[in-house]
Structures are given as structure tokens and as C-alpha cells.
Design a protein around this ligand. Structure first.
Ligand code: ZN
Length: 65
């Protein structure tokens, strides 16, 4: 099974890294749009859910709670 099940506060890797050089993003809001925050510089972006699914490579850290 492909591990593309993501949840709030998971840290994910995207297909493209952020220009700051970090490729770890924390999911800080879930809805029709997903808001993710770069773990390196704190920059956050909003992406439509379907686009996020396509651009997300893998989950780095699962939110355990
Ligand atoms: Zn960044």
C-alpha cells in the first residue's frame, strides 16, 4: 500500500524542495486546501488538496496522536 495518508501535524517531503534548501513541511491546516509550513524557514503555503497529493512525495514524521 502506498503511504500517502496524511494527517494534521505530519511532516512531509515534497517533490520539490523549498528554495531555502529544506524539504520538510509540516501540515498545519487541513481542509479543501492544505496549509504546510517549511520546517527550515517557517514560510507557509496553501495548496489545494488534490494538488498537494500529487506534489507530496512521502511522509517523514507521522503525527502519533
Ligand atoms: Zn523554507
Amino acid at each position: 500500500m502506498e503511504d500517502k495518508e496524511f494527517n494534521l501535524h505530519d511532516v512531509v517531503e515534497m517533490k520539490k524542495q523549498h528554495p531555502c534548501g529544506t524539504n520538510a513541511w509540516k501540515i498545519i491546516r487541513m481542509g479543501a486546501d492544505i496549509r504546510i509550513k517549511c520546517e527550515g524557514c517557517g514560510h507557509s503555503v496553501m495548496i489545494p488538496r488534490n494538488e498537494f497529493s500529487k506534489k507530496m512525495k512521502k511522509i517523514l514524521v507521522k503525527n502519533e496522536s
